[in-house]
Design a protein around this ligand. Structure first.
Ligand SMILES: *[C@@H]1O[C@H](CO)[C@@H](O)[C@H](O)[C@H]1NC(C)=O
Ligand SMILES: *[C@@H]1O[C@H](CO)[C@@H](O)[C@H](O)[C@H]1NC(C)=O
Length: 519
């Protein structure tokens, strides 16, 4: 027995690697995604360090990992804290009524870049923490692809192998950087509200947005933390990534061409068996028993229900009142709801709702949500019919991605003041069985997908740790120029040949005609 254990230890030691997962703390969903990656690698027997410098202080006390114990924090500078406050209290409630169009993206990206630049400064001023990290001799570093402060960190810690990752579905700039085909006629950026069928104008936007973002913002300038403080050529280093992990699932997302380098781990943070085992408290269980059907209404934690225009609240209440045998649970963050819902009995307002446990409960009939990627993944895996009312960022795209499976209904935020349209959507999602059938079908497909996102992530991470950078996965097409890649030279050449042939043939035929005429 002892010998066996000894052998087992030897074996597992031989395959144990040191991973650094770097994720500055600025948004709940991003930290959840990277925390999950940490835990799955730890559970597979590796040494994992979660380095999570604070940006938004209100998340500081949340623990994003369970089995991963080596969590390293770093306090923000005052300037970085101000960026964090700006993020978490920033006036985004305007998106209840305003467009979040492509032109909004550039200033937002600029704020984020400045924030990560300051975050790099903070690391540079806390080199003793980095020196301590360096002693752990990491084999691989995993980080959010657009948090470019990862590059000076990687340089300082002397880590050669890295896996840039995305807690969103995809990012066209990253695709292009690693040489993944991202034709603007087929692939839109994650922040654009396009589906898979693109109009002429949408294709124009696709062409212009990504190019203008790249030329206006480009890659930020980061310098090494070590003398002589050289500029780090991120654009040049990024394509050497062994793999990229993206939070897109091929059975859920729009199909598109990808590379072997792109590893789709979408839905990795949805633990269905754990969610299903979550118990509802007596209070919530009783609420589910009140009426035959129940709908959960939540617009997430970024844009708050209490900040929605009053006419929208009134319209929602008017629509809800029509469904006497349905209970509506509405995540509402204030206690002023009597003002617009007085006398209506079938609405339960709550500042906090146990969303996962409710979604896992078979007594819940449907979900009205803003369509954040976290919620989209959860309800896809759990097979819940939903009304998706996207408000901003990637939510418009997520909505089109999920409604394509026919188990949910897309609903425009500009119709939230129209109680008739809201009631129609409630009616459809509650009483047209095709929605629940289709969402169950999708959930079954996700439960039975041939390769589980978790296994895929762990195996690819181990492969990278073992073999380092993988130049064999780097497509040569990435180095081609525009003319070569799109075969404009070939098209030009063929056109000339064709034109010459037509010319020659016409000449011969012409002469022939002339001859016949003469004879
Ligand atoms: C993992 O961590 C343990 C405890 O810190 C250490 O003894 C072991 O050598 C580490 N493994 C590797 C592969 O470095
Ligand atoms: C959804 O419905 C449309 C129209 O009926 C159909 O063409 C499409 O194949 C369906 N999609 C799925 C995923 O079932």
């Amino acid at each position: 027995m002892r010998l066996f254990l000894g052998l087992f230890c030897l074996f597992s030691l031989g395959y144990s690697f040191n991973f650094l997962v770097y994720s500055p703390l600025f948004a709940h969903s991003h930290s959840t995604f990277f925390g999950t990656i940490c835990d799955f690698l730890t559970d597979a027997g590796h040494n994992v360090t979660f380095f999570t410098p604070t940006i938004v202080t209100k998340y500081r006390n949340i623990s994003y990992t369970k089995s991963t114990k080596d969590v390293v924090h770093m306090d923000p500078s005052q300037k970085l804290k101000d960026f964090g406050d700006q993020l978490s209290s920033g006036d985004i409630s305007r998106f209840w009524t305003e467009d979040s169009s492509a032109t909004e993206i550039i200033p937002v990206i600029r704020v984020f870049q400045n924030m990560y630049n300051e975050q790099a400064e903070v690391m540079k001023n806390n080199l003793e923490i980095l020196d301590d990290l360096k002693r752990r001799n990491f084999d691989v570093m995993i980080f959010e692809a657009y948090v470019f402060s990862a590059y000076p960190l990687m340089d300082y810690l002397d880590i050669k192998t890295f896996i840039p990752s995305l807690s969103v579905t995809h990012n066209v700039a990253l695709s292009e950087s690693i040489g993944e085909p991202a034709m603007p006629s087929v692939v839109s950026d994650g922040l654009l509200p396009h589906g898979e069928i693109l109009s002429f104008w949408e294709r124009i936007v696709n062409v212009l947005v990504v190019r203008s973002i790249d030329s206006i913002l480009g890659y930020p300038v980061h310098r090494s933390f070590k003398p002589p403080f050289n500029v780090i050529d991120i654009r040049h280093i990024e394509p050497d990534a062994s793999f990229v992990f993206i939070n897109s699932n091929p059975f859920l997302d729009f199909p598109r061409p990808t590379l072997t380098k792109t590893v789709e781990i979408g839905g990795i943070s949805v633990d269905v068996s754990k969610i299903k085992s979550e118990k509802l408290s007596k209070k919530w269980s009783q609420i589910l028993n009140l009426r035959e059907k129940t709908i959960l209404v939540s617009f997430g934690s970024l844009l708050l229900s209490k900040d929605m225009p009053l006419e929208n609240k009134k319209a929602l209440v008017r629509a809800m009142r029509e469904f006497e045998d349905v209970t509506f649970i509405w995540k509402y963050e204030d206690n002023d709801f009597e003002r617009f819902s007085g006398g209506v009995e079938n609405i339960e307002f709550a500042e906090w709702v146990p969303q996962r446990a409710l979604l896992a409960n078979p007594r819940l009939s449907a979900f009205l949500t803003h369509g954040g990627l976290g919620s989209i993944n959860e309800l896809s895996y759990l097979g819940i019919p939903a009304i998706l009312c996207p408000l901003f960022a990637d939510q418009m795209r997520n909505t089109k991605m999920l409604t394509r499976h026919n188990g949910s209904i897309g609903f425009s935020k500009y119709d939230l003041s129209n109680s008739k349209k809201i009631a129609e959507a409630f009616q459809k999602i509650l009483y047209d069985d095709s929605y629940s059938e289709n969402s169950k079908k999708l959930a079954e497909q996700l439960a039975n997908q041939p390769i589980k996102p978790k296994d895929s992530m762990v195996k690819h991470a181990e492969f990278a740790a073992r073999f380092g950078r993988l130049p064999s996965l780097d497509p040569y097409s990435r180095k081609m120029g525009f003319i070569e890649y799109f075969m404009i030279d070939v098209a030009f050449f063929c056109t000339i040949i064709l034109a010459m042939m037509v010319f020659v043939i016409r000449k011969i035929v012409g002469n022939f005609h002339v001859k016949i005429k003469i004879e």
